[in-house]
Design a protein around this ligand. Structure first.
Ligand code: DAH
Length: 340
């Protein structure tokens, strides 16, 4: 019996518990009615009288030890689960929280806003669910105009007059209808087109529209403004070139290229050897658009431009697949750090 007691003492000493359940198992095994201690106390009745004193003492020691151990174990797991009772050490350094970062499209949008706000452009916004007038008709693009084909549009079934805007040029119309020149504003926002999603096209993307209306605004104002923008955005060494183009709402119209920001014009695979990359559309606001929006085209003239934020971002950060912007892959998003 003495051996059994010794064995149990060793077992108690070396016992460690990993959970509350484990502690309970310990209690049942040793201290419950059918536990080992109970068994030993039963056995004690058979111990020879001359040994009783010694064995009884050992048995009591064993019982105390088991109870003490159980008490400690219970205390440990109770205080672990009861954080309210835990003492707070206020001098410990705070846990570092993982901070999110701004989306690359937001970074570039904010940069564009900042660049234009330095030369007096305000920011205006318009609705994404638009009517035909603001998205097309007021912009000199009536229902039968072939230019509508270029912007495959999501219409609302119940009311074909309502659509998801295909361009932020629609905000120009709101601004002109609601304010008087001089107007100097940019309008960043999301636009929608019925395009199959691929590395180079998406059914939703972002544009920034620019509009400047005042007396005697000329094409050279447009050119200077855009050159300033290109240099601020892509670096002082950036060159621009304007190519004649067509948009229904501008006359004359142009497309602007910048010297390739990667090869500095030497020719590389990004600019496909051309040394130039297209970045935006622009032109002098068509007098018919001014009149449509309640601005006297005899007194005022203006310029407008529109660019894709995805396009600028892809050029700035060498992003090759448009889909990365909307897939929310943290491995991609974590790479962009900016104070803006
Ligand atoms: N809205 C045009 C588009 O989505 C871009 C554009 C071109 C805007 C010329 C303009 C402009 O204001 O003058 O393709």
């Amino acid at each position: 019996m003495k051996d059994k007691i010794k064995e149990l003492i060793e077992e108690i000493d070396s016992f460690t518990a990993s959970s509350k359940e484990h502690v309970e198992e310990f209690r049942i095994k040793l201290l419950s009615k059918k536990g080992k201690l109970s068994e030993l106390f039963d056995e004690f009745k058979t111990v020879a009288p001359e040994l009783r004193r010694e064995v009884g003492q050992k048995l009591n020691e064993l019982k105390d030890k088991a109870q003490e151990k159980l008490h400690h174990l219970k205390e440990k797991f109770d205080s672990d689960s009861d954080s309210g009772k835990e003492e707070l050490d206020l001098s410990l350094p705070a846990e570092t929280l993982a901070l999110g970062s701004r989306h690359p499209l937001s970074i570039v949008r904010n940069q564009i806003v900042e660049i234009f706000s330095k030369i007096g452009f305000t920011v205006s916004e318009g609705p994404e669910v638009e009517d035909d007038w603001h998205n097309f008709t007021a912009l000199n693009t009536p229902a039968d105009h072939p230019a509508r084909d270029m912007q495959d549009t999501f219409f609302i079934n119940e009311n074909p007059d309502i659509l998801l805007r295909t361009q932020t040029s629609s905000v120009q119309v709101h601004v002109m209808e609601n304010s008087k020149p001089p107007i100097r504003t940019i309008s960043p926002g999301r636009v929608y087109r019925n395009e199959a999603i691929s590395a180079r096209a998406h059914c939703q993307f972002h544009q920034v529209e620019g509009l400047y209306i005042d007396k005697k605004v000329s094409f050279s104002d447009l050119k200077q403004t855009l050159m300033y923008f290109a240099k601020e955005m892509f670096g002082e060494e950036t060159q621009i070139r304007l190519r004649p183009s067509f948009f229904p709402f501008t006359e004359i119209s142009a497309e602007m290229d910048i010297s390739c920001p990667f090869c500095k014009g030497a020719g590389c695979n990004i600019c496909k050897g051309a040394g130039w990359v297209e970045i935006l559309g622009c032109g002098m606001v068509d007098p018919a658009v001014l009149d449509n929006c309640g601005i006297d085209s005899q007194q005022y003239s203006g310029f407008a431009f529109g660019m894709g934020i995805e396009r600028v971002t892809m050029l700035k950060y060498q992003v090759k697949d448009l889909r990365l912007f909307s897939e929310n892959d943290l491995r991609f998003l974590k790479q962009f750090k900016s104070a803006l």
